[in-house]
Design a protein around this ligand. Structure first.
Ligand code: PDD
Length: 279
């Protein structure tokens, strides 16, 4: 095991020594939230946006952790390791209760855990395959909850069909990936589903929308029907660890020309530049 330093409950310690109680509600119920924050050349990327989303998730599950941006930065920065692209995994669970009970006690100390890992970015240069699957998740997909069993099963199904990701379909609409947001290019317009409780408000998604606006690329936030998905000339999946992943095969059929599209090349160039200048 990689015995790197991790953060747990106010302490930095080797991964092998980081232990939590079996009564932790994260372990028993998946009662917690998390963030995945990329860092490039030692600089946390879109840090304020990640912490804002974390605070929204915490509020949604009624968990009170009152660290400000500077306090989170002081906790997380010492974890950054050598290397160009890394990500911080930050998890906050409701903590350890005296007994197992679905309802939570009023007084309980949250468990805070964080670690840093390298981001491997290779597959996107060749494009990936994806499949569509029915979205069987819950009604609060805007919360970045650690309770990810549906996402786990969906992604596993994709992997077992030699696909990188599952694109989730809900009531005839393409929503997002099992662990990523969705963009398509249709008639030269970039389209991504609007923010609501069906999707996670991805930080990468937000950066892409901003880059499109700043560079006069037509981009709209509107629902994507399954039919539009199948007609798209380009399909991308975006996340903090995958950046902008071009999908060149969907359900065993080529997407567009079967090559990575021109709009992707343009956006990826802009994104790579932004990574280097903004943090
Ligand atoms: N997942 N939608 C879902 C369901 C996700 O799990 C993720 C990211 C995204 C993209 O969000 P962002 O651009 O902020 O990373 C959208 C992370 C990477 C994960 O669970 O590991």
């Amino acid at each position: 095991m990689d015995n790197k330093q991790v953060y747990l409950q106010g302490q930095y310690l080797p991964l092998s020594e980081a232990k939590v109680s079996v009564l932790d509600r994260g372990f028993l119920f998946g009662d917690g939230v998390y963030e995945v924050i990329p860092a490039y050349q030692g600089q946390l990327f879109q840090f304020a946006a990640h912490i804002e989303r974390l605070n929204n998730s915490l509020k949604s599950i009624r968990l009170d952790v009152a660290y400000d941006l500077a306090q989170w930065q002081a906790i997380l920065e010492p974890l950054l390791i050598e290397g160009d692209a890394q990500y911080i995994y930050l998890q906050i669970t409701r903590g350890v209760a005296e007994k197992r009970d679905h309802a939570f006690p009023a007084q309980i100390e949250p468990t805070i855990f964080a670690m840093c890992s390298p981001i491997p970015l290779v597959e996107k240069l060749e494009g990936v395959s994806a499949i569509t699957l029915d979205d069987m998740r819950w009604q609060l997909c805007n919360i970045k909850a650690t309770t990810l069993l549906a996402n786990v099963l969906l992604r596993q199904q994709a992997v077992e069909q030699n696909c990188a990701e599952a694109i989730l379909i809900k009531d005839g609409y393409a929503i997002e990936g099992a662990a990523s947001n969705l963009f398509i290019v249709l008639d030269n317009i970039l389209i991504t589903p609007p923010k609501n409780a069906d999707i996670l408000a991805g930080i990468t998604r937000e950066v892409i929308i901003q880059l499109a606006q700043d560079n006069n690329m037509a981009c709209v936030e509107q629902p994507i029907t399954e039919t539009a998905l199948l007609q798209a000339s380009e399909i991308w999946l975006t996340s903090s660890t995958k950046e902008i992943l071009p999908v060149i095969q969907l359900n065993n059929k080529v997407v567009g020309t079967g090559e990575i599209g021109t709009v992707w090349h343009r956006m990826n160039t802009l994104f790579q530049h932004t990574k280097r200048v903004v943090s």
